[in-house]
Design a protein around this ligand. Structure first.
Ligand code: PHE
Length: 339
């Protein structure tokens, strides 16, 4: 608390009384002059009180001055508000509030979810900060295996990562369900140390996992075709290319026909600029490795399964023809408004 000074006390009381009797902006203006003006009461206090010999007095006047300033500006907005209310014309049409919309990544996730739900897949979301076991070791990637270098992983501790893929969801789903049938679609955020026109450090993947008695590659093919035709269009076709993943055997890369050249690889007699000879890469897939089934608590002699992990932003770019993935996360309203 500051010190008490008789003169300041008196002016404070006078000011409070004046303030109470103020109802218009013109009256607020005159209080401004009366207290804060050059010849005003506050400047007068500075003249008559011994501010030079006692710095506490100067401080007390300045404190009072800022209270006066605050109260006058509050009062001014109050009287202006009530003046506005007095003249409010209820017949004037209101302003239309601009409506937002779902971000296009959310829209794509919804679309993916709907397509797989029709096939009986259950939507899941598993951890994005994950232990080494679910993320790698349990997926048949031992600690010293060179496959660990494939993915540009962010480590957040010796044993903890930001997931570079959604495949950790495979083991978690097996643990949760304990026995077949399993049919899940795990959609979540993934992270990699990469940034360019087609990669952002954070992106999304959707991971499918189907396990039951007698599941084979034709089931994988059927689901892939169904997804490609539902999401991209009935005229699209898919193919498998042999590949390698530690957690699937055999492993594949799945391609889909290019929508620009209709899979011909040629546009106006020159090679198509969008694809490689008619095909675009969708992502990895394969038959779940017996070691992974075992690590998930299942018996590979009794059941088998397939899995795939594809990029949400990737299919969005493939369908929309977006030239640069970074646009999606730019927050540029002119861009986002188009979707
Ligand atoms: N996890 C792999 C990737 O991120 C994709 C994949 C998922 C491959 C499931 C096979 C089975 O590239």
């Amino acid at each position: 608390m500051g010190i008490k000074i008789l003169e300041i006390d008196q002016i404070t009381k006078e000011f409070e009384k004046d303030l109470k009797n103020t109802a218009t902006s013109a009256e607020v203006d005159s209080l401004n002059i009366k207290y804060l003006g050059k010849q005003g009461k506050i400047n007068h206090l500075f003249k008559i009180l011994p501010v030079k010999t006692d710095p506490q007095i100067g401080k007390a006047i300045n404190d009072f001055k800022s209270i006066v300033q605050d109260k006058l500006s509050t009062k001014l907005s109050e009287v202006l508000d009530s003046a506005e209310q007095d003249t409010f014309d209820v017949t004037v049409p209101g302003f239309e509030k601009p409506l937002g919309s779902l971000h296009l990544v959310s829209q794509t996730i919804k679309e993916i979810e709907t397509i797989f739900q029709k096939l009986g897949f259950v939507r899941r979301r598993y951890p994005e900060v994950e232990t080494d076991w679910y993320y790698a070791e349990g997926l048949n990637i031992p600690k010293d295996h060179p496959a660990r270098d494939d993915q540009e992983t962010f480590y957040v501790g010796d044993n903890t990562v930001l997931t570079a893929h959604t495949s950790n969801g495979q083991l978690r789903e097996m643990e949760l369900k304990k026995s077949p049938p399993i049919k899940m679609i795990n959609i979540g955020k993934t992270y990699r140390r990469q940034i360019d026109a087609t990669h952002t450090p954070m992106f999304h993947q959707f991971e499918g996992l189907v396990i039951d008695k007698g599941i084979n590659i034709t089931h994988l093919l059927g689901v892939t075709e169904y997804f490609a035709k539902s999401y991209f269009g009935q005229d699209r076709r898919t193919r498998l290319r042999p590949h390698h993943f530690q957690f699937t055997e055999p492993s594949f890369e799945i391609d889909i026909t290019c929508g620009v050249c209709q899979g011909t690889g040629m546009m106006h007699q020159i090679p198509c600029k969008v694809c490689k000879s008619g095909w675009l890469e969708l992502g990895g897939a394969g038959m779940v490795h017996p070691n992974v089934l075992r690590n998930g608590g299942l018996n590979p002699d009794e059941c088998s399964g397939f899995a795939f992990g594809w990029g949400v932003e990737r299919i969005l770019m493939m369908k929309s023809g977006l030239p640069d993935l970074r646009l999606i996360y730019s927050d540029d309203i002119r861009f986002l408004k188009q979707f």
